[in-house]
Design a protein around this ligand. Structure first.
Ligand code: 0O2
Length: 214
């Protein structure tokens, strides 16, 4: 390709990725509204933190090659669904599902796919609730539906996933069996802790409600 072609292609990619940046902002605003209203109604914050990213052009190109997708941007839009990603970390499993419902019930949010790795954890122990949603972004040329991957998880699931991710890359995807077994056990421990924290949380809320009635 000539330098002019490379420059033109870069500009096109930048414009393409900007739409995903806008999609993330829409979802981010929705989540912050839900959080602030929840705080007002229930007196606690259901979201511990939110992080988001648009895939870098390098990592997008790597995934296009790995998945054998054509470089045509319409094909990329259709087949690579995690160009915009947002991760919502909650204290409790019940809040994970509650936020998922509150977000996906909104009129302008369309759910494409849901993968519930909390109900059915992956073989390695990974747990999270994933949804690919599309949200309209209003550009000068009209509305564009932008796909965003939203991952909902608890603090314990997030702790596990970030360590597992590091280990996976450290061993270049060939993790020793003993470590795989330990990670699986650690995932079970995290799930037990989530169940225990949920019980405590319910107990405290019930006790508080009782005290308020008296
Ligand atoms: P990164 O580096 O986080 O972006 P896909 O490969 O996305 O087309 P897949 O695998 O069917 O399709 O999607 P899935 O199962 O919904 O997983 C997508 C994302 O979930 C991953 O993105 C990870 O962020 C996370 N994830 C899934 N499985 C695991 C796991 O076993 N361990 C950890 N730590 N994270 C996981 P990427 O692009 O793979 O990675």
């Amino acid at each position: 390709a000539t330098p002019d072609q490379v420059r033109a292609w870069r500009r096109e990619i930048q414009r393409f990725l900007l739409q995903y940046e806008f999609g993330l902002r829409e979802i981010d605003t929705k989540l912050s509204i839900l959080r602030d209203e929840f705080l007002e109604l229930h007196d606690y914050n259901p979201i511990e933190h939110v992080s988001s990213r648009v895939k870098s052009p390098e990592s997008l190109l790597e995934k296009i090659a790995r998945k054998g997708v054509s470089h045509d941007l319409d094909a990329v839009r259709e087949h690579i669904t995690d160009i915009a990603g947002i991760r919502v970390t909650c204290a409790f499993v019940s809040d994970v599902y509650r936020l998922f419902d509150l977000l996906t019930r909104q009129d302008d949010v369309t759910v494409q796919t849901v993968k519930d790795y909390i109900a059915s954890p992956k073989a390695n122990g990974y747990q999270s609730l994933h949804a690919i949603v599309t949200v309209p972004v209003f550009l000068s040329s009209g509305a564009v539906p932008v796909p965003v991957e939203v991952q909902f998880r608890t603090v314990a699931m997030d702790f596990w996933a970030s360590l597992e991710h590091k280990i996976y890359y450290k061993y270049r995807r060939a993790v020793p069996t003993a470590l795989i077994d330990e990670l699986r056990e650690a995932a079970d421990t995290a799930a037990e802790m989530d169940a225990r924290m949920e019980r405590l949380h319910r107990q405290v809320r019930a006790d508080t409600a009782h005290a308020e009635q008296r």
